[in-house]
Design a protein around this ligand. Structure first.
Ligand code: G
Ligand code: G
Ligand code: MN
Ligand code: NA
Length: 259
């Protein structure tokens, strides 16, 4: 595969860049942070999304150095947001971790090194891991995530509701946030919202809050959805209704407008 062959050089050549999508607090509409989403500016094919190269990076092992770069760059950016005085609220940054990064023995050391060198407070970092990456993990396999959580790093369960983890398993995970998959947001499109989806989201929010977990909803595309999800008690929202993923400078204007 020609994309696969070019991946290592692309990292050396600085062809990757990061877009940020805001995370908005539903109760007052303020921007609280942003998710880092990596892109590849390919010299021939133009901008490629993660779906086009993350699986290749994962299968070739390049995901580890690429993921480390994303973490470093996102931490540097978040630190800048928090110190340059342009943003009202102290913004946080979410970074996605792939399964091989999770299993990599240097995950904790690398993350601590990035926090140290960037000067970013651990509580300003959220690492997103998918439900499926954690399924079946035993206590030993969860230890690195637990160490990061103990340092104050927020761990979010991404795409929540699409995997098969049973709910009692949630209690054993060192996570503090559930990111509810886009599929649940879809049922909130009409007024009144889909009654079955309303019940499901109600149940998840109630369970999450009982376990002291915060709920973030993805894929919010309309004000109607945002309103339904706010009433249902969801804490944070992300989606095109607020902003598409974009360059880091955009966060300044957004947080000033909405704060
Ligand atoms: O908006 P978008 O097409 O960027 O994201 C598609 C998918 O790519 C999402 O599931 C997201 O979690 C994943 N993704 C985006 N950036 C990264 C990254 O830096 N590392 C990993 N492992 N996944 C990412
Ligand atoms: O898998 P993960 O949730 O980490 O990645 C987020 C993905 O969802 C990205 O591809 C991003 O571009 C996309 N996305 C973000 N907001 C919206 C939205 O409001 N609607 C849709 N359809 N996709 C979105
Ligand atoms: Mn994510
Ligand atoms: Na997701």
């Amino acid at each position: 595969h020609s994309l696969t062959n070019r991946l290592p050089a692309a990292l050396d050549n600085g062809e990757f860049f990061i877009e940020y999508q805001p995370l908005v607090r539903l109760t007052d509409g303020t921007v609280r942070g942003a998710e880092a989403l990596v892109r590849w500016l390919h010299p021939v094919h133009g901008v490629l999304g993660p779906d086009q190269f993350i699986p290749l990076a994962e299968s070739t092992g390049l995901i580890v150095p690429l993921g480390r770069w994303v973490l470093q760059e996102a931490a540097r950016q978040a630190r800048a947001w928090r110190t340059d005085g342009t943003c009202e609220a102290p913004l946080r940054v979410n970074v996605n971790l792939s399964p091989s990064q999770l299993r990599h023995p240097a995950l904790v050391a690398d993350t601590v090194a990035v926090l140290d060198s960037s000067g970013l407070d651990p509580s300003a970092l959220c690492l997103e891991v998918t439900e499926n990456a954690l399924i079946g993990a035993d206590e030993e396999e969860l230890r690195p995530l637990r160490q990061l959580a103990d340092l104050g790093v927020d761990i979010a369960l991404d795409d929540f509701g699409t995997g098969y983890s049973n709910l009692s398993y949630l209690r054993r995970l060192p996570v503090s946030t559930l990111k509810l998959d886009r599929s649940f947001t879809r049922g909130m499109q009409c007024a009144p919202a889909d009654p079955v989806d309303v019940k499901i989201v109600e149940g998840i929010v109630s369970l999450a809050h009982t376990l002291d977990l915060s709920v973030t909803v993805e894929g919010v595309e309309t004000g109607t959805q945002a309103e339904h999800l706010r009433v249902l008690g969801c804490d944070t929202a992300q989606g095109w209704y607020y902003a598409r993923p974009g360059p880091p400078e955009r966060l300044h204007t957004l947080s000033l407008v909405d704060a």
